[in-house]
Design a protein around this ligand. Structure first.
Ligand SMILES: Nc1ncnc2c1ncn2[C@@H]1O[C@H](COP(=O)(O)OP(=O)(O)OP(=O)(O)O)[C@@H](O)[C@H]1O
Ligand SMILES: [Mg+2]
Length: 291
């Protein structure tokens, strides 16, 4: 078996005391560069109804992403994919474990370095309507992160926003419109332009096309792929759609009940899944049944 296929996400209970022993496959992808993302023994718990902690939403997860790598994250509804993605971009505070972005520790960062780290990680959500402020014009949606981080003059921010919007396929006359005046696909293009504004190295894409019309899905996926190559972006790409993940991602991580049960090169995982759960998941995909 290919060494990089080793299941590393959740091999049993307990922690990962000797970090060097953890193999997540990234060693083979980019042996001499700091990982775009390095997650170790991550646990996220939400308080239950009476303040008690319920079953962890994310449990003992260890993952690495190489710079410029797209990793697919799949698993059934409620297994913790979004929670893991939100933890990676700093939207949820883990109860245990570590997250490094480009070699810098997210969880122990001072407020100042946290702000800097946040520039490097962005998230694109399933529902672009919900992620854009309805009171901001298209142009402002893209200049706002630059303003917050004090990047450039007003003119420079505007120039960068217009160029990003154009790159993301927005018509030139759309910059003064508001999100409700756009199609779903256009809203997602604006959300992508906004995510790119601060030149991140890692983007968590959480089902970025599943709320869109089928005819638009392929266009948005192609845009994401082009941008990844053009800008050397690393993606943690969450999706229910195995075909989409197979198209876009060189490696795939499979989550079940908060844990990563399998990580490996996409082709190997799809052709010969090592974990019985992955096999069941693949068998449940209509186009793959009997494959
Ligand atoms: N803010 C929250 N408070 C309490 N529980 C939460 C919160 N967010 C998520 N959970 C719980 O954590 C678990 C994982 O949820 P999560 O949204 O990460 O799953 P998912 O894999 O993204 O599912 P889906 O594929 O349906 O989007 C679920 O049991 C969910 O109910
Ligand atoms: Mg989700």
């Amino acid at each position: 078996m290919d060494g990089s296929q080793t299941t590393t996400g959740s091999a049993g209970a307990g922690s990962w005391p000797a970090d060097a022993r953890v193999r997540t496959g990234v060693e083979d992808v980019a042996p001499n560069r700091p990982a775009a993302l390095r997650v170790r023994d991550l646990r996220v718990e939400f308080p239950g109804r009476h303040g008690a902690l319920s079953r962890p939403a994310v449990d003992s997860v260890s993952l690495d992403l190489a710079p410029g790598e797209a990793m697919g994250l799949v698993g059934e509804s409620g297994c913790g994919k979004t929670t893991l993605g939100r933890a990676v971009v700093g939207l949820v505070r883990p109860t245990r474990g570590s997250i490094e972005i480009g070699g810098a520790d997210l969880l122990s960062a001072s407020p100042r370095s946290l702000k800097r780290l946040r520039r490097h990680t962005q998230m694109i959500f399933q529902d672009p309507g919900g992620s854009l402020n309805p009171r901001m014009s298209v142009e402002r949606c893209v200049t706002e992160p630059l303003e917050i981080h004090g990047v450039g003059s007003r003119t420079e921010r505007r120039t960068r926003a217009l160029s990003l919007l154009e790159r993301c396929g927005m018509p030139g006359d759309a910059s003064g419109r508001y999100p409700h005046e756009l199609s779903g696909g256009q809203r997602q293009r604006v959300a992508i332009a906004r995510a790119l504004a601060l030149e991140p190295s890692l983007i968590v894409c959480d089902e970025p096309t599943s709320a869109l019309d089928v005819s638009v899905q392929a266009q948005i996926l192609n845009l994401l792929m082009e941008l990844q190559r053009e800008r050397g972006l690393a993606y943690l790409f969450i999706s229910h759609d195995i075909a989409v993940v197979a198209h876009l991602c060189s490696r795939i991580a499979v989550m079940r009940e908060g844990r990563v049960v399998e990580v490996g090169p996409t082709e190997s995982v799809l052709a010969a899944p090592a974990d019985p759960y992955t096999r069941r998941l693949l068998d449940a995909v209509p186009s793959r049944a009997g494959a």
